[in-house]
Write a protein that binds this ligand. Structure first.
Ligand SMILES: [Zn+2]
Length: 424
């Protein structure tokens, strides 16, 4: 890429120094502080660092970090890729990601949903990938319809190519002002936020009434198709269709998503990654082996060992995330649930009442975390037997050696990871 102006070079170098110092003093991976220092010295740094690259922005409520990782892995087949691998998904994290790999011709950036308009405007990214929108952190997050509306305004009148999940009505609405959209039927498990038409407020019907979706069985058509009863807003025709373990590409060829990351949510992420890769000239035959190489993402899906127990770590930050974790968890295994309510988790735990925990009946359930009593009450009302534990350590000790699933929300997950080693 072309040489940065002197001021931007200096800002970028000082930002990297700050990041190194931050790491050396044990204050995290340094990507945010480094980026902040860089932006302070040169407010236009992100724009300069983004110029002359092929950039992909990835946004959604759930799956951003994983999809960013999958797309990055695929594009490494084509060349060097700069990315914010540690989930620092606001502009300071983006500066740090691009500054630490200045010559990479590709960039894949996870972007917080709220920041998407600003980051798109600053970076002029050519590709944007939008997967799902659902309720998240009730005391902090913007209302999701407003987020989708901001996306619409940001995408309108811009030469950007969007890859979007047409099974999520709100994402479809948010993406549909873009000049060019490739629709991926990637599925939608959590539907509690999509009963109403985002365009007119009318009821959305979810029944098979045949507006495309080749490759889907009749049952799946009935399951995934949607349309507003009162206006013309309806599911667009997908170019890519995820069907269980298989994805169908725009030429009608089926590809088996035999990736290491478990669960249907990750197959949806992989389908989107394949669509992005193809847009950049990488066909599924070359991209798929790269997706298979990803085994865990920032500790998620990692198995850690302790005293003869193998603990598989699953992260769930919001109701939709819990459904995804239930899909991955093994019904034959005991499960430890850990819930905190610190700043990054959101202080309000009322979302626990949106999750249907009855699926856990019949397996040993141990409850821990700072807000274990909130979760305990929720489980009691749902009729799920459980054991309350004062600490994660105690919960592990109560279970016999063997395999155990763990579902934790954000800071609870980070605490467990810190204690059991930071496998990536
Ligand atoms: Zn409508």
């Amino acid at each position: 890429m072309s040489q940065l102006p002197l001021r931007a070079q200096l800002a970028s170098a000082l930002g990297r120094t700050a990041a190194t110092l931050s790491r050396a003093t044990g204050r995290g991976d340094g990507s945010v502080i480094g980026g902040r220092v860089g932006l302070m010295l040169e407010p236009d740094l992100l724009r300069k660092l983004a110029a002359d690259r092929k950039l992909v922005l990835v946004s959604a409520t759930n799956g951003k970090t994983t999809t960013t990782r999958l797309i990055t892995s695929a594009l490494q087949e084509l060349g060097d890729v700069a990315t914010n691998a540690f989930g620092a998904n606001m502009p300071a994290g983006h500066v740090s990601a691009l500054a630490s790999n200045k010559d990479a011709p590709y960039g894949v950036l996870e972007v917080d949903e709220k920041y998407l308009p600003e980051v798109l405007d600053t970076t002029n990214a050519g590709l944007v990938c939008l997967m799902n929108l659902s309720r998240d952190q009730m005391d902090r997050a913007a209302e999701i319809w407003l987020l989708a509306q901001k996306w619409r305004r940001a995408l309108a009148g811009r030469p950007v190519h969007v890859i979007a999940n047409c099974d999520d009505p709100l994402v479809t609405w948010g993406a549909s002002t873009a000049a060019r959209v490739t629709w991926v039927a990637a599925g939608q498990r959590w539907r509690e936020d999509s009963w109403c038409c985002p365009e007119c407020g009318g009821p959305l019907d979810r029944s098979g009434f045949g507006n495309g979706g080749q490759g889907l069985t009749a049952a799946q058509m009935a399951d995934t198709n949607w349309a507003c009863r009162e206006c013309t807003f309806r599911r667009p025709e997908p170019s890519w269709v995820l069907d269980g373990e298989y994805v169908t590409d725009p030429r009608g060829q089926h590809w088996r998503l035999d990736i290491q990351l478990p669960g249907q949510a990750n197959r949806a992420n992989a389908a989107v990654a394949l669509a992005v890769a193809e847009t950049l000239g990488l066909d599924p035959a070359r991209a798929l082996p790269r997706l298979r190489m990803v085994a865990s993402v920032a500790g998620r899906y990692t198995t850690v060992e302790r005293d003869g127990r193998s603990l598989r770590l699953l992260l769930a930050k919001n109701p939709a995330g819990w459904l995804e974790a239930f899909d991955v968890a093994d019904p034959a295994l005991p499960i430890i649930l850990s819930v905190n309510a610190q700043g990054p988790d959101g202080r309000d735990t009322s979302w626990l009442w949106d999750v249907d925990y009855r699926i856990l009946r019949g397996r040993p359930v141990l409850v821990t975390g700072e807000r274990r009593l909130d979760l305990a009450l929720r489980l009691a009302v749902a009729g799920v037997p459980f054991q309350l534990c004062d600490s994660f350590e105690q919960a592990v000790g109560l279970l016999a050696p063997g395999k155990i699933d763990v579902i934790a929300n954000y800071t609870a997950f980070q605490q467990i990871r810190a204690e059991f080693g930071r496998a990536v």
